[in-house]
Design a protein around this ligand. Structure first.
Ligand SMILES: CC(=O)N[C@H]1[C@@H](O[C@@H]2[C@H](O)[C@H](O)[C@@H](O)[C@H](O)[C@H]2O)O[C@H](CO)[C@@H](O)[C@@H]1O
Ligand SMILES: [Zn+2]
Length: 296
């Protein structure tokens, strides 16, 4: 058995597509550098709206086969990013997509929003104790934009990190303390520049409308950003290709994309992170999630 890579990054996301939108360039960069990048996705995204008319039959109120279809989209996205370790929490279909906050699907007993916190966290705890990541990435407490599955993914990830570090439940693996937990965010100045670029495109924008900065999840003041990962052209291209792979949910056109709400927004090659403990490096953002760590 070969030794595990030295640097190990675990990302916890709610639906297939979140990983590429939020962290595509980051995942491609670290995978290319030989780090172990592990993605855990908590649902199959069964309740998503379908963009291409040719896929409309997959919708939850039609064939209800969007979940299995999105497994394939996610696998294609991982190939574009060079990520080989991606899993569904508790196995594919264990927890169903809960739909947007307030819809009746939130009450389904099998949805992720209804999952008992410690039940779901113990499933993720086993992954943490197996993979033993130094770094964990997930959403902020509001899930970025208040989607119940994103909020629950945050809660499960934070609880799982606690459980994994505790000196008990040896049947679930040796205790492991994640050295650093980051939450996805977007630097305010980057948002303003990105939307200025979008407005400059004017009528050339390939989407019916333009999103507003308030439509972007997790916008924070520049001072709260602890790390900026700039994937450069190579990893920006991989991120774009990975987002295109999620074609049922995302329409990509050049440096812009839109979700099923048809509101165009800028596609960022630089991805931003804040520390869960709210600290930020005094000298400004670092350019590495593992910055300063001594990794044997
Ligand atoms: C990026 C993300 O989290 N997408 C989720 C989200 O999808 C949105 C939802 O369908 C909403 O109704 C649309 O207006 C919006 O354009 C979509 O992005 O919620 C879905 C249902 O829970 C989920 O499947 C999708 O991955
Ligand atoms: Zn999502």
């Amino acid at each position: 058995m070969t030794d595990p890579p030295d640097r190990r990054l675990l990302l916890v996301h709610a639906h297939p597509d979140d990983e590429s939108i939020n962290n595509g360039a980051t995942m491609a960069k670290y995978a290319a550098e030989g780090a172990l990048v592990t993605l855990v996705t908590c649902t199959l995204g069964e309740e998503g709206e379908v963009i291409p008319p040719g896929l409309a039959h997959l919708a939850p109120d039609r064939e209800d086969t969007l979940g299995p279809y999105r497994i394939g989209e996610l696998a294609a996205a991982m190939r574009e990013l060079g990520v080989t370790d991606h899993r569904f929490l508790g196995g594919p279909g264990r927890y169903r997509d809960s739909g947007m906050m307030g819809v009746e699907q939130n009450a389904r007993p099998d949805c992720f929003w209804r999952a008992p916190l410690d039940e779901a966290a113990e499933l993720l705890m086993e992954v943490i104790r197996e993979v033993r990541p130094q770094v964990l990435v997930t959403y902020d407490p509001n899930g970025g934009y208040g989607h119940p599955d994103h909020i629950q993914a945050h809660r499960v990830a934070m609880r799982a990190a606690e459980l994994a570090a505790a000196d008990d439940r040896p049947e679930l693996g040796r205790p492991h303390t994640v050295a650093r937990i980051y939450w996805n965010c977007v630097q305010r100045s980057a948002i303003e520049a990105g939307f200025a670029r979008l407005r400059e495109a004017g009528r050339d924008i390939p989407f019916p409308g333009i999103a507003g900065a308030d439509d972007v999840p997790g916008v924070v003041d520049d001072s709260e950003v602890a790390v900026i990962i700039d994937g450069g052209d190579r990893h920006f291209a991989a991120k774009t290709a990975a987002m295109r792979a999620h074609a049922s949910q995302i329409a990509v056109d050049g440096p812009f994309f839109a979700l099923s709400n048809d509101l165009g927004q800028p596609l960022f090659g630089a991805e931003h992170y804040r520390l869960a403990d709210a600290s930020a490096p005094p000298g400004g953002p670092a350019d590495d999630l593992f910055a300063g760590m001594v990794i044997p």
